[in-house]
Design a protein around this ligand. Structure first.
Ligand code: PCD
Length: 785
């Protein structure tokens, strides 16, 4: 590799700046924050999934010698803080006052000298519960006689949260009525958990003298959290500083505000000391935002010769005990209506009903931009089921129905306008990388020998980069993001951004964007993020929006600096700005390339004594707020090869080919890392991960012994490829990539499992395809000859 490739100025394979501290164990996380006099909080959680609180006695806990305070819902009620708004405009109990509604719900908060004493004192709290009937099944929750979970909501007599639809029901019904072939299937996208390596936590430091609050917290959206704290705790926003230090993975888990954060803040106000709260692994798995839990009934209509005509789907969305999903306000089911996928359809319709159950609240993305994962899974399973029905090859069926390149910008039947795409090229590339024909031949041979080999395809289109302010907001906050670029006299720069990396490498890629636009080395650009006092306002990182929104802001602000530099250069060189031309890192006189000034020289002059034209201010600093005109629509073609052990039902992913298109690629090393991580997530969801409940609402996935996440042993060597179809509306043509692989891989894996089981006549297996489920699906179907 040549030196320029190793150390590119601008886009290219640049090693991650932040890794120097991470790989040495020198990252600084919330739990590393140590303040003088700091106390520690612990949360008492409900053992019941549904129970009335008869009484809470905290007197023994209060007498523990190391305990400083014990908070209950009643204490918070006095401050108007027993309930807090959720991101979906519902209310959620901070500490329960009337009932508990899921196992693990927050009931009391103990503040003590150290974390051990706080935990010990939890045992001294005596809560008298009166158990109530539990509902954990989303369908059952809609029954007329189901126990009503949210009797706190005025006039609420059932568990229905919302009914929402998209597309055209009548048109879709009409197409289905005349279709040659209709295939339907019931499928569950099970409840899973983002399970980041670092659990959630906060350190709250309230300064009574200044009336100001500093909050270090595990947040993916520091600015949005600051505004919410201002609204909830009624603290003046300018007195709140939210700091997200290094974050040990977010995956959507750190988008919301959890009761523990609020308790830490109240605890600090009450005790006058800083208070730290860090949850443990079980608390994280049982009580913080889950993902998915979509019960779907999908149908697909087609002609006999394999033209897909329409897709429709009815969904029951299990939101748990409080509707705390993180979706743009207008979209209670997120972007699920992108379920039309990558195909040219005549009609489509979806209806989604949200329900309360006695499970933890949440419904965050988990490496899925607002329910796109569920949508992609649905349509890709349906296409495979159709292929089976038509006895068609799933690759050929897809190739025949993918939206053609000349149809972009393509308006989907549910209203999305896909910005750009070349789907066929991506799919053909994946088939070629995998050696599809040979694989099919190998499969036929193995089947002869009674071996179960499966080949699964998945094609996806995502909708990421939320979003245009006029359509998208969270709790009324429009989804635009600002960037601030300071250029110091020596030509070194500092970029302030509103988004928050949790491991994605923004310190590197955002420096590369500025480097690309200004022609200064990326190591000269310091990226500042994660501190509301030092960065401009914006909505944060989730839904793979950082590159589409903030990345655009970074490019735009760098271009503003470049334009300003041109004016300064014209003063320096005593020529008209119109006579200057740009080459990377330098303005020079047209026709006289030796006459010019580098950005570094211009920066010094801008801060120096050069006489600037009237009205032009000194310095080069600039800022911008970027309101994206549309989302970006990354896509990809995935192919998975599995082997199923006929004796045990165990699935092994033998190969996985992923061809991704995220438009312009800023840093291929980071992109590959993002894809590898997402594919591992996909294997986890498809084969292992499940937050299950028994009928009493006991969470059965409360530890990593039960909630299985994949390790290097469960995943193959990923085979990645790419195509580049830039986004036409993004300043550098980039689309998001962070969640693509998590979105795209589960259907490919399940399609492969079902394909492997074809000799047994199996049509569908719900995720996770654990050995017992696969084995069960094989029973009674008659073993293959
Ligand atoms: N890129 C490049 N190029 C392109 C694109 C992109 O280079 N074209 C890169 C960037 O810059 C960054 C990354 O890559 O660095 C990513 O990006 P994006 O796509 O934009 O994304 P973001 O926003 O940044 O991020 C977010 C995501 C999400 S969403 C998730 S889940 C996950 C992912 O991210 N998470 C995580 N990934 C990851 N990684 C890590 N390491 N960690 C974490 O945590 Mo959600 O909604 O929250 O559910």
């Amino acid at each position: 590799m040549s030196t320029t490739e190793e150390r590119p100025i601008g886009f290219g394979r640049l090693k991650r700046k932040e890794d120097a501290r991470f790989i040495r164990g020198q990252g600084r996380y919330v739990d590393d924050v140590q303040l003088p006099g700091m106390l520690h909080g612990a949360v008492l959680r409900s053992p019941y999934a549904h129970a009335r609180i008869v009484s809470i006695d905290v007197s023994a806990a209060q007498q523990h010698p190391k305990v400083h305070a014990v908070l209950t819902g009643r204490d918070l009620d006095g401050l108007g803080l027993a309930w807090m708004p959720t991101l979906s405009m519902d209310t959620q109990a901070v500490l329960a006052t009337d009932k508990v509604r899921f196992q693990g719900q927050e009931v009391a908060f103990v503040i003590a000298d150290d974390r051990y004493a706080a935990r010990d004192a939890l045992e001294l709290i005596d809560v008298d519960y009166e158990p109530l009937p539990v509902v954990v099944n989303a369908r059952r929750a809609l029954d007329a006689d189901a126990p009503v979970i949210r009797d706190d909501l005025e006039g609420k007599a059932d568990n229905r949260i919302f009914d929402w639809e998209a597309g055209d029901r009548a048109a879709t019904d009409a197409v289905f009525a005349r279709a040659d072939v209709v295939v339907s299937e019931e499928m569950l996208y099970p409840r899973v958990h983002p399970a980041p390596m670092e659990t959630c936590g906060a350190v709250a430091d309230y300064d009574a003298v200044e009336g100001s609050l500093t909050l270090w917290s595990t947040t993916q959206a520091p600015h949005a959290h600051r505004t919410l704290f201002a609204l909830v705790a009624r603290l003046p926003e300018q007195k709140i500083r939210v700091i997200a230090p290094d974050i040990g993975g977010g995956f959507g888990n750190k988008v919301g505000i959890y009761p523990g954060y609020v308790c830490a803040v109240v605890g600090s106000i009450v005790t006058g000391r800083p208070v730290k709260w860090m949850e443990d692994r079980s608390e994280n798995l049982m009580a913080t935002s889950f993902a998915r839990d979509y019960v779907m009934r999908g149908s697909i209509a087609a002609t006999r010769d394999g033209r897909i005509l329409a897709v429709r789907v009815d969904v029951i969305a299990d939101h748990g005990a409080f509707n705390a999903t993180a979706q743009p306000t207008k979209y209670p089911a997120g972007f699920f209506h992108v379920f039309t996928g990558s195909y040219e359809l005549e009609a489509a319709h979806c209806a989604v009903t949200g329900v309360y159950t006695n499970k933890a609240p949440g419904g965050v993305a988990y490496a899925c931009s607002f329910r796109v994962t569920e949508a992609v899974y649905l349509v890709e399973r349906m296409v495979d089921l159709l292929a089976r029905e038509l006895d068609a090859d799933p690759a050929q069926l897809r190739l025949a129905n993918l939206i053609r390149p000349d149809r972009f910008p393509y308006e989907a039947k549910t209203g999305w306008v896909y910005d750009s795409g070349d789907y066929e090229t991506a799919l053909r590339k994946a088939l070629e990388m995998a050696g599809y024909e040979q694989l099919r031949a190998e499969q036929a041979e193995r089947r002869e020998r009674g071996e179960l080999m499966g080949i699964g395809l998945g094609f996806f289109t995502e909708a990421v980069g939320a979003g245009p302010r006029k359509h998208m907001d969270i709790l009324g906050l429009g989804m635009a993001d600002a960037a601030e670029l300071r250029v110091h006299p020596t030509g070194k720069a500092q970029l302030g951004i509103s988004v928050q990396t949790q491991g994605q490498g923004h310190e590197t890629t955002f420096a590369q964007i500025v480097a690309q636009e200004l022609g200064i080395p990326p190591e000269d650009v310091e990226v500042v993020h994660g501190d509301t006092d030092r960065t401009p306002f914006g909505l944060g990182t989730y839904g793979s929006r950082s590159t589409p929104v903030s990345g655009a802001a970074a490019a735009v602000v760098a271009r503003k600096v470049r334009d300003k530099a041109r004016v300064v250069a014209s003063a320096m060189l005593e020529v008209s700005a119109d006579d200057l031309e740009w080459e990377r890192g330098r303005w020079f006189v047209r026709g006289d390339p030796d006459q010019g000034a580098t950005i570094q020289e211009i920066a010094m002059a801008a801060h120096g004594t050069v006489e600037l034209p009237k009205g032009v201010e000194a310095g080069l600093d600039s800022e911008t707020v970027y309101d994206p005109p549309n989302l970006t629509f990354p896509f990809g073609a995935y192919l998975c090869v599995v082997d199923v052990d006929p004796g045990t039902g165990k699935v092994t992913v033998r190969r996985f080919v992923a061809v991704d298109d995220c438009g312009t690629r800023i840093n291929p090393i980071i992109i590959e890392g993002q894809v590898h991580g997402g594919l591992a997530d996909g294997v986890g969801m498809a084969l292992m991960e499940l937050i299950a409940f028994d009928e009493d609402g006991n969470c059965l996935g409360g530890s990593l012994m039960d909630y299985l996440i994949p390790t290097a042993l469960e995943v193959p060597d990923w085979e990645t490829g790419f195509t580049v179809t830039p986004s036409p509306h993004h300043p550098i043509g980039a689309k998001g990539i962070g969640e693509s692989a998590t979105v795209g891989s589960p259907p490919a894996i399940v399609n492969a499992v079902v394909d492997a089981l074809r000799p047994y006549g199996v049509r569908h297996v719900d995720m996770p395809c654990t050995p017992s489920r696969v084995w069960e699906a094989m029973q009674g179907r008659g073993a293959p000859p």
